[in-house]
Design a protein around this ligand. Structure first.
Ligand code: ZN
Length: 106
């Protein structure tokens, strides 16, 4: 699987697919819960990039890296990238996301 945090072509979200997938019981539960988490985040940010407000080519950005959150909370209990409180995520379009990664030197 591709990882959004590596360099290369960043994949954007297929929102129509995600909306269907949350109710697709042929998918396993973990996958459905991950899609559900993505929809919650999209909804929190009104399905727009928080920087440039576009509604196209959206991605979800982990505002902080999971390893930094673990350090902050001094906890190894956080195992999933998709089980953090909503404020740890934001919606970014592909170009704003790439720009953020570039600035952060990722
Ligand atoms: Zn943007």
């Amino acid at each position: 699987m591709s990882n959004n945090h590596t360099f290369g072509i960043m994949q954007f979200l297929n929102i129509e697919y995600i909306k269907k997938a949350v109710n697709d019981h042929t998918l396993n539960r973990t996958v459905r819960l991950r899609h559900k988490a993505k929809l919650k985040i999209l909804s929190k940010d009104n399905y727009r990039c928080v920087v440039c407000k576009t509604t196209e080519f959206l991605t979800i950005d982990h505002i902080k890296r999971v390893r930094d959150i673990k350090k902050e909370r001094n906890s190894n209990a956080i195992n999933s990238r998709w089980k953090l409180p909503l404020e740890y995520y934001q919606v970014l379009c592909v170009s704003c996301h790439q720009e953020k990664n570039r600035i952060e030197g990722q």
